[in-house]
Design a protein around this ligand. Sequence first.
Ligand code: HEM
Length: 440
Amino acid sequence: MTAAARPRTDLPGPSGDKYLGNLHAFSTDPLGFLTACSRNYGDVVRLGANNVLLTSPGDVEKMLVDRNAKFSKASADTRRGSRRQGFPRSTMNSDGAEWHAKRHRMQPAFGRSLATKAAEIVDAQGERMLAPWRPGQARDLQDDVSVLTLRLVTSLMFGDEFSDADTAEVARLVAPIMDLSTSPVLLPEWVPTLRKLRIRRSMRRVDRTLHALAASPAAADPQRAPVLHALVHGDPAPSRDELRDELATLIMAGFETTNDSVVWASVLLAQHPEAAERVRAEAEAAFAGTPAGLARMEALSYTNAVVREALRLYSPVWLTSRDATEDMEFGGYLIPAGTTVTVSQWVNHRDPRYWEDAEEFRPERWLGNGPKAVPRGSYFPFGLGPRVCIGAAVATTETVHIVADIWRRYRLELIRPERITPRPALALQPMGVEVVPRAW
Ligand code: HEM
Protein backbone atom coordinates (compact mmCIF):
# COMPACT_ATOMS: atom_id res chain seq x y z
CA MET A 1 0.00 0.00 0.00
CA THR A 2 1.39 3.43 -0.95
CA ALA A 3 1.55 6.19 1.65
CA ALA A 4 -1.08 8.19 -0.24
CA ALA A 5 -3.58 5.32 -0.20
CA ARG A 6 -3.09 4.46 3.45
CA PRO A 7 -6.35 4.90 5.42
CA ARG A 8 -6.37 7.71 7.96
CA THR A 9 -6.43 7.00 11.66
CA ASP A 10 -7.47 10.43 12.96
CA LEU A 11 -11.19 9.79 13.15
CA PRO A 12 -13.25 12.89 13.92
CA GLY A 13 -15.73 12.80 16.80
CA PRO A 14 -16.83 14.46 20.05
CA SER A 15 -14.12 14.40 22.71
CA GLY A 16 -16.48 13.98 25.69
CA ASP A 17 -15.53 13.73 29.34
CA LYS A 18 -11.94 12.94 30.29
CA TYR A 19 -12.92 9.72 32.12
CA LEU A 20 -16.35 8.75 30.85
CA GLY A 21 -15.97 9.81 27.23
CA ASN A 22 -19.38 10.25 25.62
CA LEU A 23 -21.22 7.86 27.90
CA HIS A 24 -23.18 10.62 29.62
CA ALA A 25 -24.24 12.32 26.38
CA PHE A 26 -25.21 8.96 24.90
CA SER A 27 -27.19 7.74 27.89
CA THR A 28 -29.14 10.97 28.44
CA ASP A 29 -30.23 11.50 24.81
CA PRO A 30 -28.99 8.74 22.50
CA LEU A 31 -31.07 9.81 19.49
CA GLY A 32 -30.01 13.46 19.74
CA PHE A 33 -26.41 12.51 20.39
CA LEU A 34 -26.12 10.19 17.38
CA THR A 35 -27.87 12.71 15.11
CA ALA A 36 -25.54 15.49 16.23
CA CYS A 37 -22.51 13.24 15.67
CA SER A 38 -23.61 12.55 12.13
CA ARG A 39 -24.37 16.20 11.34
CA ASN A 40 -21.21 17.57 12.94
CA TYR A 41 -18.56 15.00 12.11
CA GLY A 42 -19.58 13.34 8.83
CA ASP A 43 -19.79 9.76 7.68
CA VAL A 44 -17.31 8.03 10.01
CA VAL A 45 -17.45 9.24 13.61
CA ARG A 46 -15.39 8.20 16.60
CA LEU A 47 -17.86 7.75 19.50
CA GLY A 48 -15.32 6.48 22.01
CA ALA A 49 -11.95 4.75 22.33
CA ASN A 50 -13.27 1.62 20.66
CA ASN A 51 -16.52 2.75 19.11
CA VAL A 52 -17.34 4.08 15.66
CA LEU A 53 -20.56 5.28 14.03
CA LEU A 54 -21.02 4.90 10.26
CA THR A 55 -23.63 7.14 8.65
CA SER A 56 -23.20 6.95 4.90
CA PRO A 57 -25.71 4.58 3.22
CA GLY A 58 -22.90 3.02 1.19
CA ASP A 59 -20.99 2.14 4.36
CA VAL A 60 -24.12 0.70 5.99
CA GLU A 61 -24.53 -1.59 3.01
CA LYS A 62 -20.85 -2.49 3.06
CA MET A 63 -21.02 -3.40 6.73
CA LEU A 64 -24.28 -5.36 6.76
CA VAL A 65 -24.16 -6.93 3.30
CA ASP A 66 -20.74 -7.08 1.59
CA ARG A 67 -18.59 -7.43 4.70
CA ASN A 68 -21.12 -9.16 6.94
CA ALA A 69 -18.73 -12.10 7.45
CA LYS A 70 -16.01 -9.79 8.78
CA PHE A 71 -18.18 -8.62 11.65
CA SER A 72 -19.21 -10.44 14.75
CA LYS A 73 -22.52 -10.03 16.51
CA ALA A 74 -21.93 -12.61 19.17
CA SER A 75 -18.86 -10.94 20.52
CA ALA A 76 -20.53 -7.53 20.76
CA ASP A 77 -23.16 -9.16 22.93
CA THR A 78 -21.16 -11.62 24.93
CA ARG A 79 -17.63 -10.30 25.32
CA ARG A 80 -18.59 -7.77 27.97
CA GLY A 81 -19.21 -9.80 31.13
CA SER A 82 -22.78 -9.03 32.08
CA ARG A 83 -24.10 -9.44 28.57
CA ARG A 84 -23.55 -13.16 28.80
CA GLN A 85 -26.72 -13.36 30.82
CA GLY A 86 -28.81 -12.57 27.75
CA PHE A 87 -29.61 -15.41 25.38
CA PRO A 88 -26.25 -16.09 23.71
CA ARG A 89 -27.14 -19.39 22.04
CA SER A 90 -29.94 -17.97 19.89
CA THR A 91 -29.68 -17.41 16.12
CA MET A 92 -29.79 -13.69 16.78
CA ASN A 93 -26.69 -13.79 18.98
CA SER A 94 -24.59 -16.34 17.08
CA ASP A 95 -21.94 -15.90 14.40
CA GLY A 96 -20.24 -17.65 11.50
CA ALA A 97 -20.91 -21.32 10.81
CA GLU A 98 -22.92 -21.67 14.02
CA TRP A 99 -25.22 -18.82 12.99
CA HIS A 100 -25.58 -20.27 9.51
CA ALA A 101 -26.69 -23.68 10.78
CA LYS A 102 -29.16 -22.14 13.19
CA ARG A 103 -30.66 -19.75 10.67
CA HIS A 104 -30.93 -22.59 8.17
CA ARG A 105 -32.79 -24.71 10.71
CA MET A 106 -35.42 -22.02 11.30
CA GLN A 107 -35.67 -20.33 7.88
CA PRO A 108 -38.02 -22.81 6.12
CA ALA A 109 -40.62 -22.30 8.85
CA PHE A 110 -40.66 -18.56 8.06
CA GLY A 111 -41.79 -18.97 4.45
CA ARG A 112 -44.89 -17.60 2.72
CA SER A 113 -47.15 -20.03 4.57
CA LEU A 114 -46.28 -18.39 7.90
CA ALA A 115 -47.18 -14.93 6.56
CA THR A 116 -50.43 -16.43 5.22
CA LYS A 117 -51.14 -17.92 8.62
CA ALA A 118 -50.41 -14.54 10.22
CA ALA A 119 -52.87 -12.82 7.88
CA GLU A 120 -55.49 -15.42 8.77
CA ILE A 121 -55.21 -15.40 12.56
CA VAL A 122 -54.77 -11.65 12.99
CA ASP A 123 -58.50 -11.06 12.38
CA ALA A 124 -59.73 -12.99 15.40
CA GLN A 125 -57.01 -11.58 17.64
CA GLY A 126 -57.83 -8.04 16.52
CA GLU A 127 -61.47 -8.70 17.33
CA ARG A 128 -60.48 -9.76 20.83
CA MET A 129 -58.46 -6.60 21.41
CA LEU A 130 -61.17 -4.29 20.12
CA ALA A 131 -64.12 -5.97 21.86
CA PRO A 132 -63.88 -3.92 25.09
CA TRP A 133 -63.23 -0.59 23.28
CA ARG A 134 -66.04 1.96 23.47
CA PRO A 135 -66.24 5.27 21.64
CA GLY A 136 -65.26 8.08 23.99
CA GLN A 137 -63.50 5.84 26.57
CA ALA A 138 -59.74 6.33 26.92
CA ARG A 139 -57.35 3.42 26.25
CA ASP A 140 -53.64 2.88 26.76
CA LEU A 141 -52.79 1.92 23.19
CA GLN A 142 -49.38 0.49 24.03
CA ASP A 143 -50.90 -1.88 26.61
CA ASP A 144 -53.73 -3.05 24.37
CA VAL A 145 -51.56 -3.64 21.33
CA SER A 146 -48.83 -5.41 23.31
CA VAL A 147 -51.29 -8.05 24.53
CA LEU A 148 -52.39 -8.56 20.93
CA THR A 149 -48.93 -8.80 19.37
CA LEU A 150 -47.73 -11.11 22.12
CA ARG A 151 -50.66 -13.46 21.50
CA LEU A 152 -50.00 -13.28 17.79
CA VAL A 153 -46.33 -14.13 17.97
CA THR A 154 -46.87 -17.03 20.36
CA SER A 155 -49.84 -18.59 18.58
CA LEU A 156 -48.15 -18.13 15.24
CA MET A 157 -44.93 -19.81 16.21
CA PHE A 158 -45.94 -22.16 18.99
CA GLY A 159 -49.59 -22.95 18.25
CA ASP A 160 -52.38 -22.31 20.74
CA GLU A 161 -50.67 -24.41 23.36
CA PHE A 162 -49.47 -21.41 25.28
CA SER A 163 -52.10 -19.92 27.59
CA ASP A 164 -52.45 -16.13 27.85
CA ALA A 165 -51.09 -16.38 31.40
CA ASP A 166 -47.99 -18.33 30.27
CA THR A 167 -47.44 -15.85 27.48
CA ALA A 168 -47.66 -12.83 29.75
CA GLU A 169 -45.37 -14.43 32.31
CA VAL A 170 -42.61 -15.30 29.86
CA ALA A 171 -42.75 -11.80 28.35
CA ARG A 172 -42.53 -10.21 31.80
CA LEU A 173 -39.57 -12.40 32.76
CA VAL A 174 -37.71 -12.14 29.49
CA ALA A 175 -37.93 -8.35 29.09
CA PRO A 176 -35.41 -7.39 31.80
CA ILE A 177 -32.99 -10.07 30.61
CA MET A 178 -33.11 -8.69 27.08
CA ASP A 179 -32.88 -5.14 28.37
CA LEU A 180 -29.70 -6.02 30.23
CA SER A 181 -28.08 -6.92 26.96
CA THR A 182 -28.60 -3.42 25.58
CA SER A 183 -27.88 -1.41 28.69
CA PRO A 184 -25.12 1.07 27.86
CA VAL A 185 -23.72 0.83 31.39
CA LEU A 186 -22.10 -2.55 31.76
CA LEU A 187 -20.85 -3.87 35.04
CA PRO A 188 -18.50 -6.84 35.22
CA GLU A 189 -20.33 -10.12 35.66
CA TRP A 190 -19.09 -10.68 39.20
CA VAL A 191 -20.77 -7.52 40.56
CA PRO A 192 -23.83 -8.99 42.30
CA THR A 193 -26.52 -6.39 41.64
CA LEU A 194 -30.06 -6.95 42.84
CA ARG A 195 -31.18 -6.81 39.25
CA LYS A 196 -28.91 -9.65 38.29
CA LEU A 197 -30.10 -11.83 41.16
CA ARG A 198 -33.68 -11.23 40.05
CA ILE A 199 -32.72 -12.05 36.51
CA ARG A 200 -31.11 -15.32 37.51
CA ARG A 201 -34.32 -16.31 39.28
CA SER A 202 -36.37 -15.24 36.23
CA MET A 203 -34.17 -17.31 33.97
CA ARG A 204 -35.01 -20.50 35.87
CA ARG A 205 -38.74 -19.84 35.41
CA VAL A 206 -38.36 -18.96 31.75
CA ASP A 207 -36.45 -22.19 31.33
CA ARG A 208 -39.20 -24.28 32.94
CA THR A 209 -42.05 -22.68 30.99
CA LEU A 210 -40.35 -22.87 27.62
CA HIS A 211 -39.33 -26.48 28.11
CA ALA A 212 -42.88 -27.47 28.96
CA LEU A 213 -43.81 -25.81 25.66
CA ALA A 214 -41.15 -27.72 23.72
CA ALA A 215 -42.50 -30.98 25.16
CA SER A 216 -46.12 -30.15 24.27
CA PRO A 217 -48.06 -31.99 21.50
CA ALA A 218 -47.97 -28.82 19.33
CA ALA A 219 -44.20 -29.20 18.96
CA ALA A 220 -44.79 -32.45 17.05
CA ASP A 221 -47.12 -30.81 14.51
CA PRO A 222 -45.60 -28.58 11.79
CA GLN A 223 -49.06 -27.26 10.84
CA ARG A 224 -49.98 -26.14 14.33
CA ALA A 225 -46.63 -24.77 15.44
CA PRO A 226 -44.27 -24.49 12.45
CA VAL A 227 -41.45 -22.63 14.14
CA LEU A 228 -41.51 -24.66 17.35
CA HIS A 229 -41.55 -27.86 15.30
CA ALA A 230 -38.64 -26.70 13.14
CA LEU A 231 -36.60 -25.96 16.24
CA VAL A 232 -37.39 -29.00 18.39
CA HIS A 233 -37.01 -31.49 15.53
CA GLY A 234 -34.37 -29.54 13.66
CA ASP A 235 -30.95 -30.58 12.50
CA PRO A 236 -28.67 -30.00 14.37
CA ALA A 237 -30.79 -30.95 17.39
CA PRO A 238 -30.70 -28.03 19.83
CA SER A 239 -29.39 -28.40 23.35
CA ARG A 240 -31.72 -27.51 26.22
CA ASP A 241 -30.16 -24.07 26.71
CA GLU A 242 -30.10 -23.39 23.01
CA LEU A 243 -33.79 -24.15 22.70
CA ARG A 244 -34.59 -21.83 25.58
CA ASP A 245 -32.49 -19.05 24.07
CA GLU A 246 -34.14 -19.41 20.64
CA LEU A 247 -37.67 -19.41 22.01
CA ALA A 248 -37.13 -16.51 24.40
CA THR A 249 -35.44 -14.41 21.71
CA LEU A 250 -38.21 -15.10 19.20
CA ILE A 251 -40.85 -13.99 21.67
CA MET A 252 -39.05 -10.76 22.44
CA ALA A 253 -37.90 -10.03 18.88
CA GLY A 254 -41.37 -10.69 17.56
CA PHE A 255 -43.67 -8.91 19.91
CA GLU A 256 -42.23 -5.66 21.13
CA THR A 257 -41.04 -4.45 17.73
CA THR A 258 -44.39 -5.24 16.11
CA ASN A 259 -46.20 -3.58 18.98
CA ASP A 260 -44.15 -0.41 18.61
CA SER A 261 -44.67 -0.28 14.86
CA VAL A 262 -48.48 -0.49 15.25
CA VAL A 263 -48.52 2.21 17.93
CA TRP A 264 -46.21 4.60 16.04
CA ALA A 265 -48.25 4.21 12.85
CA SER A 266 -51.38 5.02 14.86
CA VAL A 267 -49.80 8.06 16.50
CA LEU A 268 -48.86 9.39 13.06
CA LEU A 269 -52.35 8.75 11.69
CA ALA A 270 -53.90 10.54 14.67
CA GLN A 271 -51.69 13.51 13.79
CA HIS A 272 -52.57 13.39 10.08
CA PRO A 273 -56.35 13.20 9.60
CA GLU A 274 -56.22 13.09 5.81
CA ALA A 275 -54.03 10.01 5.81
CA ALA A 276 -56.28 8.48 8.49
CA GLU A 277 -59.36 9.01 6.36
CA ARG A 278 -57.63 7.37 3.43
CA VAL A 279 -56.72 4.34 5.56
CA ARG A 280 -60.31 4.11 6.81
CA ALA A 281 -61.76 4.12 3.30
CA GLU A 282 -59.24 1.58 2.02
CA ALA A 283 -59.64 -0.70 5.03
CA GLU A 284 -63.43 -0.62 4.90
CA ALA A 285 -63.38 -1.76 1.29
CA ALA A 286 -60.65 -4.36 1.89
CA PHE A 287 -62.35 -5.93 4.91
CA ALA A 288 -65.73 -5.99 3.16
CA GLY A 289 -64.46 -7.31 -0.15
CA THR A 290 -61.78 -9.89 0.71
CA PRO A 291 -61.55 -12.63 3.33
CA ALA A 292 -58.69 -12.54 5.86
CA GLY A 293 -55.47 -13.63 4.19
CA LEU A 294 -52.77 -12.36 1.90
CA ALA A 295 -55.28 -11.17 -0.74
CA ARG A 296 -56.62 -8.66 1.74
CA MET A 297 -53.10 -7.48 2.38
CA GLU A 298 -52.78 -6.65 -1.30
CA ALA A 299 -55.90 -4.50 -1.05
CA LEU A 300 -54.27 -2.49 1.75
CA SER A 301 -51.58 -0.76 -0.31
CA TYR A 302 -52.00 2.72 1.19
CA THR A 303 -52.00 1.31 4.75
CA ASN A 304 -48.84 -0.54 3.78
CA ALA A 305 -47.28 2.79 2.70
CA VAL A 306 -48.30 4.31 6.06
CA VAL A 307 -46.57 1.47 7.90
CA ARG A 308 -43.40 1.80 5.82
CA GLU A 309 -43.31 5.50 6.52
CA ALA A 310 -43.87 4.88 10.25
CA LEU A 311 -40.99 2.38 10.16
CA ARG A 312 -38.86 5.11 8.58
CA LEU A 313 -39.61 7.82 11.13
CA TYR A 314 -39.81 5.56 14.18
CA SER A 315 -37.87 2.43 13.35
CA PRO A 316 -38.33 0.11 16.36
CA VAL A 317 -34.72 -1.03 15.92
CA TRP A 318 -32.89 2.28 16.06
CA LEU A 319 -29.31 1.05 16.35
CA THR A 320 -27.34 -1.97 15.12
CA SER A 321 -23.84 -2.81 16.32
CA ARG A 322 -21.21 -5.37 15.37
CA ASP A 323 -17.56 -5.93 16.25
CA ALA A 324 -14.97 -5.80 13.45
CA THR A 325 -13.00 -9.05 13.39
CA GLU A 326 -10.23 -7.65 11.17
CA ASP A 327 -8.81 -4.26 10.22
CA MET A 328 -11.02 -2.57 7.63
CA GLU A 329 -11.31 0.71 5.79
CA PHE A 330 -14.50 2.77 5.77
CA GLY A 331 -14.76 6.21 4.15
CA GLY A 332 -10.96 6.50 3.98
CA TYR A 333 -10.46 5.70 7.69
CA LEU A 334 -8.93 2.65 9.33
CA ILE A 335 -11.30 0.72 11.60
CA PRO A 336 -9.05 -1.63 13.60
CA ALA A 337 -10.11 -5.20 14.46
CA GLY A 338 -12.02 -5.23 17.74
CA THR A 339 -13.77 -1.90 17.15
CA THR A 340 -17.51 -1.88 17.83
CA VAL A 341 -19.11 -0.40 14.74
CA THR A 342 -22.60 1.07 14.95
CA VAL A 343 -25.11 2.11 12.34
CA SER A 344 -28.35 3.82 13.28
CA GLN A 345 -31.73 3.54 11.60
CA TRP A 346 -32.80 6.67 13.46
CA VAL A 347 -29.98 8.70 11.92
CA ASN A 348 -30.08 7.31 8.37
CA HIS A 349 -33.86 7.21 8.02
CA ARG A 350 -33.99 10.95 8.72
CA ASP A 351 -30.89 12.09 6.90
CA PRO A 352 -31.89 15.16 4.83
CA ARG A 353 -29.12 14.42 2.32
CA TYR A 354 -31.05 11.39 1.11
CA TRP A 355 -34.67 12.07 2.07
CA GLU A 356 -36.84 14.85 0.78
CA ASP A 357 -38.75 16.45 3.68
CA ALA A 358 -36.99 13.96 5.92
CA GLU A 359 -38.83 14.88 9.13
CA GLU A 360 -42.27 14.83 7.53
CA PHE A 361 -44.78 12.00 7.49
CA ARG A 362 -45.45 11.40 3.79
CA PRO A 363 -46.77 7.88 3.12
CA GLU A 364 -47.21 8.79 -0.56
CA ARG A 365 -43.47 8.45 -1.06
CA TRP A 366 -43.92 4.67 -0.79
CA LEU A 367 -46.70 4.30 -3.35
CA GLY A 368 -45.93 2.70 -6.69
CA ASN A 369 -42.30 1.60 -6.76
CA GLY A 370 -41.31 3.64 -3.72
CA PRO A 371 -38.75 6.45 -3.54
CA LYS A 372 -36.35 6.23 -6.48
CA ALA A 373 -33.31 8.16 -5.41
CA VAL A 374 -32.92 6.66 -1.95
CA PRO A 375 -29.91 4.35 -1.53
CA ARG A 376 -30.38 0.96 0.10
CA GLY A 377 -28.49 1.87 3.28
CA SER A 378 -30.87 4.79 3.93
CA TYR A 379 -33.75 2.56 4.91
CA PHE A 380 -33.22 -0.66 6.85
CA PRO A 381 -35.87 -1.14 9.55
CA PHE A 382 -35.42 -4.91 9.23
CA GLY A 383 -31.65 -4.79 8.72
CA LEU A 384 -29.91 -5.74 5.47
CA GLY A 385 -27.95 -8.66 4.08
CA PRO A 386 -27.75 -12.24 5.33
CA ARG A 387 -28.84 -11.30 8.85
CA VAL A 388 -31.94 -9.44 7.77
CA CYS A 389 -34.91 -9.96 10.11
CA ILE A 390 -36.29 -13.46 9.70
CA GLY A 391 -39.76 -12.25 10.72
CA ALA A 392 -40.02 -9.23 8.39
CA ALA A 393 -42.88 -10.58 6.24
CA VAL A 394 -44.85 -11.72 9.27
CA ALA A 395 -44.28 -8.43 11.09
CA THR A 396 -45.37 -6.34 8.09
CA THR A 397 -48.47 -8.45 7.56
CA GLU A 398 -49.47 -8.15 11.20
CA THR A 399 -48.77 -4.43 11.48
CA VAL A 400 -50.64 -3.46 8.30
CA HIS A 401 -53.59 -5.61 9.26
CA ILE A 402 -53.89 -4.37 12.84
CA VAL A 403 -53.54 -0.72 11.82
CA ALA A 404 -56.24 -1.17 9.16
CA ASP A 405 -58.52 -2.96 11.61
CA ILE A 406 -58.24 -0.27 14.29
CA TRP A 407 -58.66 2.65 11.90
CA ARG A 408 -61.59 1.29 9.91
CA ARG A 409 -63.57 1.18 13.15
CA TYR A 410 -62.30 4.20 15.05
CA ARG A 411 -60.62 7.53 14.64
CA LEU A 412 -58.10 7.80 17.48
CA GLU A 413 -57.66 11.07 19.33
CA LEU A 414 -54.42 11.53 21.28
CA ILE A 415 -55.10 12.67 24.84
CA ARG A 416 -51.80 14.43 25.56
CA PRO A 417 -49.94 14.57 22.25
CA GLU A 418 -47.20 16.74 23.74
CA ARG A 419 -46.28 13.93 26.14
CA ILE A 420 -45.60 11.34 23.45
CA THR A 421 -41.88 10.70 23.17
CA PRO A 422 -39.71 7.96 21.72
CA ARG A 423 -37.89 6.00 24.43
CA PRO A 424 -34.85 4.38 22.90
CA ALA A 425 -34.65 1.17 24.94
CA LEU A 426 -34.38 -2.33 23.52
CA ALA A 427 -36.79 -1.01 20.86
CA LEU A 428 -37.93 2.54 20.21
CA GLN A 429 -40.93 2.62 22.52
CA PRO A 430 -43.66 5.23 22.17
CA MET A 431 -44.25 6.57 25.67
CA GLY A 432 -47.50 8.11 26.92
CA VAL A 433 -49.80 7.09 24.10
CA GLU A 434 -53.26 7.41 25.61
CA VAL A 435 -56.04 7.62 23.06
CA VAL A 436 -59.77 8.14 22.90
CA PRO A 437 -61.42 6.09 20.16
CA ARG A 438 -64.11 8.12 18.36
CA ALA A 439 -66.74 6.87 15.97
CA TRP A 440 -66.11 8.09 12.40
C1 HEM B 1 -41.76 -4.54 13.10
C2 HEM B 1 -41.24 -5.64 13.60
C3 HEM B 1 -39.79 -6.03 13.53
C4 HEM B 1 -38.67 -5.24 13.31
C5 HEM B 1 -38.62 -3.74 13.08
C6 HEM B 1 -37.52 -6.13 13.35
C7 HEM B 1 -36.22 -5.71 13.12
C8 HEM B 1 -35.12 -6.56 13.06
C9 HEM B 1 -33.78 -6.15 12.70
C10 HEM B 1 -33.34 -4.72 12.36
C11 HEM B 1 -32.99 -7.25 12.71
C12 HEM B 1 -31.51 -7.33 12.33
C13 HEM B 1 -30.63 -6.93 13.47
C14 HEM B 1 -29.17 -6.89 13.08
O1 HEM B 1 -28.81 -6.73 11.91
O2 HEM B 1 -28.36 -6.99 13.99
C15 HEM B 1 -33.83 -8.36 13.12
C16 HEM B 1 -33.37 -9.65 13.29
C17 HEM B 1 -34.18 -10.67 13.72
N1 HEM B 1 -35.55 -10.64 13.91
FE1 HEM B 1 -36.76 -9.05 13.64
N2 HEM B 1 -37.95 -7.41 13.59
C18 HEM B 1 -39.32 -7.40 13.70
C19 HEM B 1 -40.14 -8.49 13.90
C20 HEM B 1 -39.71 -9.78 14.08
C21 HEM B 1 -40.56 -10.93 14.24
C22 HEM B 1 -42.08 -10.93 14.17
C23 HEM B 1 -39.73 -12.00 14.46
C24 HEM B 1 -40.05 -13.44 14.72
C25 HEM B 1 -41.19 -13.92 15.01
C26 HEM B 1 -38.36 -11.52 14.41
C27 HEM B 1 -37.25 -12.30 14.60
C28 HEM B 1 -35.95 -11.89 14.32
C29 HEM B 1 -34.79 -12.77 14.42
C30 HEM B 1 -34.78 -14.23 14.87
C31 HEM B 1 -33.66 -12.02 14.03
C32 HEM B 1 -32.22 -12.48 13.96
C33 HEM B 1 -31.88 -12.90 12.56
C34 HEM B 1 -30.42 -13.36 12.40
O3 HEM B 1 -29.55 -12.91 13.14
O4 HEM B 1 -30.20 -14.16 11.51
N3 HEM B 1 -38.38 -10.17 14.17
N4 HEM B 1 -35.13 -7.92 13.30
